[in-house]
Design a protein around this ligand. Sequence first.
Ligand code: SF4
Ligand code: SF4
Length: 101
Amino acid sequence: MQEQQEKLTNKPRRCRVLGPVAYEYTAANTGSWRLERPDVDFSACIKCGTCEKYCPTNVITIKKDQKKCVEIDFNYCKGCGICANECPKKCIKMVPERSEG
Ligand code: SF4
Ligand code: SF4
């Protein structure tokens, strides 16, 4: 069934077919869905890790030894704004996706 699907769509496989109506998605660049993205003021960040803890897609990594201490994987960040909402220092703001930030 997997080969059949690939022949029909002529696209690289991004999910595993489990049955006629069941798919297990393994990779997709969901960041393209985003309308807004988080912009971090690194000078105000206290590296507490709250944003990392609350991010529902688990795309934030805190790098305590670096100046840009909050690393966000924008391939998968959905722009939900939870990190900005939960940050105790309010040093994350949501900006329109296509702005300079
Ligand atoms: S906007 Fe949402 S998905 Fe993106 S880093 Fe913040 S909490 Fe995670
Ligand atoms: S929640 Fe705010 S202060 Fe804490 S690590 Fe994230 S950006 Fe920095």
